[in-house]
Structures are given as structure tokens and as C-alpha cells.
Write a protein that binds this ligand. Structure first.
Ligand code: 13P
Ligand code: SF4
Length: 303
């Protein structure tokens, strides 16, 4: 991207000057993913890296709940997000009051929250999970019934892999709920050799059509290991763009869907963020302390 080179150069220079680290989710565009990030990964990897960093400033190139998670784990560091409006339909589907009501309705049932939730919601829950470890987290509780919130589809997909009874909430990812089993069947008919790889935020009937299901990092690892001739990544569009250069010979077949929230993060906003040291993500210290218990309980699980 020759035209972007000066911006990339300036971001990388300012990063050093500010002792900042850029954490980028796998859904960032390639110029961010390859050009300016220090750490890339799925939600679990980013949470773990946020816990380890010794930089003074964390620039979270992802959505708001990811920046909050970084702040929860690093209360004394400055956490910036290049666009404060980068939200998530799952995080917006549930409030702390909703979780308190669930606890009253289901006394004694442990509550696992997907990491795609606000700090306020995490503070009301027993433990966090991501799409990479949801089954393991649910089973770690040793309970016959577990509430896994707020993604109804992740919960349904987990329920099929465990004997634990899973209760859930009516949230959904606006990107993954749009895929249909019928469209995947149509593609397979046209292209029988295509490998279909789906994210577990997709509805179960979509997951049923897939050759593999995993977190964004799991999907990337699967493609790098198996090197299929043709693959369809049933997820956000930047995933294929980001790994195409590292997987020559693999043909990435569309469809994919864009996440409008992730796409709010751009190089020019990252530059502004570093120049002006904004926008800072803050979490009330008492909320952060309770949310930290849930996040750390997940991070400390043996994998
Ligand atoms: P991963 O944890 O798999 O990266 O998923 C995060 C996300 O927001 C997917 O939509
Ligand atoms: Fe949220 Fe879905 Fe976007 Fe991920 S892809 S950030 S779950 S809206």
C-alpha cells in the first residue's frame, strides 16, 4: 500500500515514542493487521496479551468491549480506542440489570459471559469465555446447568458439545446471524471441493454445513495447516484478506460479511489516537475489580 506508507511509518514512530502497543483483532483490515499491529489474534489471545504487556499505552484496534477488557486487566495503563463508537450487537444485547434478573430467576446457576459484553455485565458474572474456550469454561464449573450469555447461537453450538444443560439469552452477532445454511449448500453444489469453515457465532444449522468450526484464530490455524485449494470463511471479510498473503495457492471463496463496528477502526484514526492520546477507555474501578475476577478466572484455566 505505497500511498499508506507515510501514515504507517508515522504510526510506528509514534508508537515507540509513546511506549505504546497496538493489539489488533483478526477482523482489522490488512494495512492495520500487517502494517502497524504488534499483536494480532482472537479475543482470547488479545485478552491474554493485554494481561502481559509492559507498554504504558495500549491501543486497542478492535471493538469497545475488547478495549474495556484490556483496561480491566491493566487498570494503571492508558487504554485508547481509535473510535469510541466501535460497538458490538452482542455487547449491546444485555445489561447488568438483565444479568441480575437472570440470577434471581435461576438461583444457584453459574453465569458464564461471552467476552463480547460490557464491563458492567462481566462484573455480574462468574466467569468469562471466548469462542475458543467456551466448552472448556462451561465444563470447568462442575455444574449440571449453566447460563451462557448473551449469544444464543454460541450457546446452542456449545450445548451440542457438552452434557451440561445450557440456558442462554436472545443476543446474536449481526454479522454471523446473516449466513444461512441454504446459501452454503448452494456454494457446495457449485463447488463441491470447497472447504467451509464457520465461526461458532453462526446459527447451528450453518455450523452443520461446515467442515470445521472455531474461533477466528482457530479458523486461521485450520487454513494454514490444511491448505485447502478452495475455502469459504463464514465470518468477517478481513479474515481472508489478512491471511491470503501467507497462504499462497489457497483460493478464498466469498460470501463473507463486514462488521460495521470493526470497520470503524482505520489507519487515520489510529494516527489521531496516538497524536492526541485519545480516546481513552475508562472503567469504574469497583466494576473493573469485579469484572477482573471473571476475566482472570478464564485466563487462569489450564488449556
Ligand atoms: P473471536 O474470539 O473468535 O476472535 O471472535 C470475536 C468476534 O467478535 C467474532 O465476531
Ligand atoms: Fe460483535 Fe459480531 Fe462485530 Fe464480532 S463480528 S464485533 S460479535 S458484531
Amino acid at each position: 500500500w505505497p500511498v499508506l506508507a507515510p501514515v504507517i511509518h508515522e504510526i510506528n514512530r509514534l508508537k515507540k515514542e509513546r511506549n505504546a502497543v497496538i493489539l489488533a483483532h483478526n477482523y482489522m483490515t490488512p494495512e492495520i493487521f500487517h502494517g502497524v499491529s504488534d499483536i494480532v489474534g482472537d479475543s482470547l489471545a488479545l485478552a491474554k496479551e493485554a494481561a502481559k504487556t509492559d507498554a504504558d499505552v495500549i491501543i486497542q484496534c478492535g471493538v469497545h468491549f475488547m478495549a474495556e477488557t484490556a483496561k480491566i486487566l491493566n487498570p494503571d495503563k492508558t487504554v485508547l480506542i481509535p473510535d469510541m463508537k466501535a460497538g458490538c450487537s452482542l455487547a449491546e444485547s444485555i445489561t447488568a440489570a438483565d444479568v441480575r434478573a437472570l440470577r434471581e430467576k435461576h438461583p444457584g446457576v453459574p453465569i458464564v459471559t461471552y467476552v463480547n459484553t460490557s464491563a458492567d455485565v462481566k462484573a455480574e458474572c462468574d466467569i468469562c469465555c471466548t469462542s475458543a474456550n467456551a466448552v472448556q469454561v462451561v465444563e470447568s464449573l462442575g455444574a449440571p446447568r449453566v447460563l451462557l450469555i448473551p449469544d444464543q447461537y454460541l450457546a446452542a453450538n456449545v450445548a451440542r458439545q457438552t452434557d451440561v444443560e445450557i440456558l442462554t439469552w436472545a443476543g446474536a452477532c449481526e454479522v454471523h446471524e446473516r449466513f444461512t445454511a441454504a446459501e452454503l449448500r448452494e456454494y457446495r453444489e457449485i463447488e463441491p471441493s470447497v472447504k467451509i469453515i464457520a465461526h461458532p457465532e453462526c446459527p447451528p444449522e450453518v455450523v452443520d454445513e461446515a467442515d470445521f468450526t472455531g474461533s477466528t484464530a482457530g479458523m486461521i490455524d485450520w487454513v494454514k495447516t490444511n491448505r485447502p485449494e478452495k475455502v469459504m470463511l463464514v465470518t468477517e471479510c478481513s479474515m481472508a484478506d489478512n491471511i491470503a498473503s501467507e497462504t499462497p495457492g489457497v483460493d478464498y471463496v466469498r460470501p463473507c460479511n463486514l462488521c460495521p463496528h470493526m470497520k470503524r477502526i482505520t489507519l487515520s484514526k489510529i494516527l489521531d489516537c496516538l497524536l492526541e492520546m485519545r480516546d481513552e477507555v475508562t472503567v469504574d474501578p469497583q466494576v473493573a475489580a469485579r469484572a477482573r475476577t471473571a476475566v482472570e478466572r478464564m485466563i487462569n484455566l489450564k488449556s
